[in-house]
Design a protein around this ligand. Structure first.
Ligand code: FAD
Length: 303
């Protein structure tokens, strides 16, 4: 059996694996797609101490660093079940069952997409999901935020300080964000909020986003906005479906962890975007991965 089995090969899982391997214990990593969300990222400018990099480069760096240690890296393998018996069992989609004394779950999350024409084509060419990451790319330009929940309104307030103008498009007839946020957004001169707006298409010139088309759900009329950027803020979905009824999850499906990365299952720790950590970023996930691995190591030496 493994001493520590890490499920997930993004920043959190990579950090956990390196911290585990450095303790000289038997470490494995199972990753459906090594690199995780980082593999889909273009410019990364907030990975502290590295002024600018991009996703593929950072993923290559993560893999090299992990493989520098004695780690069993099992790529393109998906975990489908976790169960505590004598040891902790992790079943893979191909039927194999891995056993470990401790487990770190770092399966990340995915942004919910609008599923409208143009969205896929213009991803990283104006269609963005992370204002902390990509906001500065739209300095002085017109942008839209799709979604009027907390993350959408926070994004609008954040972007308003950087970009020329922000239009928030909310599908429903009211914003679902907290009152303080709504009041703040409404007070900003360069923020416009449009409710009952259904985005129907992302428009572009073949190279980058030039705008979007939406339907006013009250009148049925179609309108066009000229934009350089579109921030989609309609939810971040944790990759925790396979853990339903296994571990304590929040109502949004995030794994509940404590300060040591412990989950509700003895010997099982978690880190990164799949957890209830409030902020989802590369550097935060790496720190959380380190925490979970040290938490798990502490568990191992006590059990
Ligand atoms: P992830 O990166 O999501 O990795 C999850 C890993 O788990 C993957 O290897 C995945 O294949 C694997 N996995 C999932 N389910 C299973 C399963 N059942 N079995 C086995 N493996 C599984 N953050 C920044 O700090 N700066 C940025 O500039 C930035 N830009 C971004 C741009 C985009 C387009 C996106 C989508 C995100 C961006 N982020 C950025 C956010 C950042 O990528 C995430 O916060 C970070 O990757 C989370 O790390 P993680 O390891 O928790 O999860």
């Amino acid at each position: 059996p493994y001493d520590m089995l890490v499920v997930g090969g993004g920043p959190a899982g990579s950090a956990a694996a390196i911290y585990a391997a450095r303790k000289g214990i038997r470490t494995g990593v199972v990753a459906e797609r090594f690199g995780g969300q980082v593999a889909d990222t273009m410019a990364i400018e907030n990975f502290i101490s590295v002024k600018a990099t991009d996703g593929p480069k950072l993923v290559a760096g993560l893999e090299q660093h992990v493989l520098d240690y004695d780690v069993d890296l099992m790529k393109t393998q998906k975990a489908v079940r976790v169960e505590k018996k004598d040891l902790i069992e992790v079943e893979l989609e191909n039927g194999a069952v891995l056993k470990s004394k401790s487990v770190v779950l770092a399966t990340g999350a995915r942004w919910r997409e609008m599923n409208v024409p143009g969205e896929q084509e213009y991803k990283t060419k104006g269609v963005a999901y992370c204002p902390h990451c990509d906001g500065p790319l739209f300095k002085g330009k017109k942008t839209a935020v799709i979604g009027g929940g907390n993350s959408g309104i926070e994004a609008a307030i954040d972007l308003a300080g950087i970009v020329e103008h922000v239009t928030v498009l909310e599908f429903g007839d009211k914003l679902r964000a907290d009152d303080v946020l709504v009041k703040k957004a409404e007070s900003l001169p360069n923020v416009t909020i449009i409710k009952e707006a259904m985005t129907t298409e992302v428009l572009g010139n073949g190279e980058h986003v030039t705008g979007l088309q939406y339907t006013d759900r009250k009148t049925g009329e179609s309108h066009k906005l000229d934009l350089a950027g579109i921030f989609v803020q309609i939810g971040l979905v944790p990759n925790s479906e396979f853990l339903q009824d296994t571990l304590e999850l929040t109502d949004r499906g995030e794994i509940v962890i404590d300060t040591h990365g412990r989950t509700s299952m003895d010997g099982v720790f978690a880190a990164g975007d799949v957890t209830n950590v409030p902020f989802k970023q590369i550097i935060i996930s790496m720190g959380a991965g380190a925490t979970a691995a040290l938490g798990a190591f502490d568990y191992l030496i006590r059990n």
